[in-house]
Every structure is written in structure tokens, then in C-alpha cells.
Design a protein around this ligand. Structure first.
Ligand SMILES: N[C@@H](CCC(=O)N[C@@H](CS)C(=O)NCC(=O)O)C(=O)O
Length: 203
């Protein structure tokens, strides 16, 4: 299996961490969707990171769909998602919030870095920033309801995606979302980032 994409992408990183947590072997090709556009395009014409090339040569994209495929390759005991429908809904809510946090961060980064300053549209940036802060406020409340990981003693996919989102936002727009405002998320991040699967995928 080959995972294509840079680890500074939260979507690539959540897949890489999940592969490690599930004990699946994979090769990581850190090709940038920007600097390595042509090389990436030769593997996946959509040029979307992450891309996963299965052992059978099927080219997958979209981190959630890739994770759905990977879950079928391991014993259910290694799954990072709860089996109980009620717990599953709660996990999916948290993952959804964290993915929106990633998306809003990416939108701010693209608006700032890919558009010339005179073409940047402040009302759009304000809207996106407001959504991002609202989502982190919801996640801070969710974290407050948990004593440990989402799976109790077991780290689960909501933990992975929340930690990855937080690190990405801190790395790219730290002045907008601060640890002082979201202390539980900051604490969750410190605990997660000290684990081997996170250390080995740091950027
Ligand atoms: N919903 C997608 C988002 C993936 C995504 O937007 N990846 C970025 C890198 S962080 C990308 O491929 N950007 C290039 C582009 O969209 O053209 C997922 O979960 O995989």
C-alpha cells in the first residue's frame, strides 16, 4: 500500500496515524500537491492528498473513504470506530467537527497564500474564521465531557482527527485559535502528540 501526500496535510496525517494505530504496513510518498503537481498527477489525475494506492493498484482518495477501506483490512478489535450505533453517532459528530476545522483552516491558508493580496476578500475570511472558531468551541465542549480518550482507555478516530486538526491549525494560523482559549483541546493535543504514531508522523 502506498500513501501519497505531505504529512503537513491533516488529511494525510490522520490516515498515516490510523494506519500505524491499526498495525498496517504502508509506504509513505511525501509528494506535494503544489510543488510536486506533475508527479502527483501521474499517480492521481485529481491531485488530491491523501491518495492511497492499494496493493491491487486501486487509487483511492478522500481521507474518510480511505479509512473506511482500511477498516476492512483489520480485525474489528483494531477498529478506531465504535461499533455501537449511539457511540458511533457521537464519534462521527466529533470527527465531522474536526474535519470542518481542517477545511476552514485550509480555506484561510489558501486565501492568504494562493491569492494575490489585492484579490483577498475580507468578508469571506471573516466568515470562515467565525466558522472555525465556532467549531473549535464545540470541540472544546465535547472534550470536556470525556475523562480520557473517546474510547475510554483506547485512542479512537475522533481523538486522532481532533489532535491532527488542532496541530494543523496551530501550525498554520496560531494567532486565530489560541491554547489559552481552548485549554482542553490544547491538553488533548499534548497527550496525543506524545504517542509514537503521532511522533513518527510529525512535520
Ligand atoms: N476532504 C478531503 C480533503 C483533502 C484535501 O483538501 N487535501 C488538500 C491537501 S491538505 C489537497 O489535496 N489540496 C489540493 C487541492 O484541493 O487541489 C479529504 O478528507 O481527504
Amino acid at each position: 500500500m502506498r500513501l501519497i501526500g505531505m504529512l503537513d496535510s491533516p488529511y494525510v496525517r490522520r490516515v498515516a496515524i490510523s494506519l500505524k494505530l491499526m498495525g498496517l504496513d504502508f509506504a509513505l510518498d511525501q509528494i506535494s500537491v503544489f510543488r510536486g503537481f506533475d508527479e502527483f498527477k501521474a499517480i492521481n489525475p485529481a491531485v488530491k492528498a491523501p491518495t492511497l494506492v492499494t496493493d491491487d493498484g486501486v487509487v483511492l482518495m478522500e481521507s474518510g473513504l480511505i479509512l473506511e477501506y482500511l477498516a476492512r483490512l483489520v480485525d474489528p478489535s483494531r477498529s478506531l470506530m465504535p461499533a455501537d450505533p449511539h457511540e458511533l453517532a457521537k464519534a462521527l459528530r466529533v470527527i465531522g467537527l474536526a474535519l470542518v476545522a481542517c477545511e476552514k483552516t485550509v480555506q484561510i491558508v489558501y486565501e492568504r497564500n494562493l491569492r494575490p493580496p489585492e484579490k483577498q476578500h475580507q468578508p469571506w475570511l471573516d466568515r470562515v474564521q467565525g466558522q472555525m472558531l465556532a467549531v473549535y468551541a464545540e470541540l472544546e465542549k465535547e472534550i470536556a465531557q470525556r475523562a480520557a480518550w473517546f474510547g475510554g482507555s483506547k485512542l479512537m478516530q475522533p481523538d486522532v482527527t481532533v489532535a491532527v486538526a488542532w496541530r494543523f491549525t496551530q501550525h498554520t494560523v496560531p494567532q486565530i485559535v489560541t491554547a489559552a482559549e481552548f485549554p482542553r483541546l490544547a491538553g488533548h493535543s499534548v497527550r496525543a502528540e506524545s504517542l509514537p504514531a503521532f511522533v513518527e508522523t510529525s512535520f
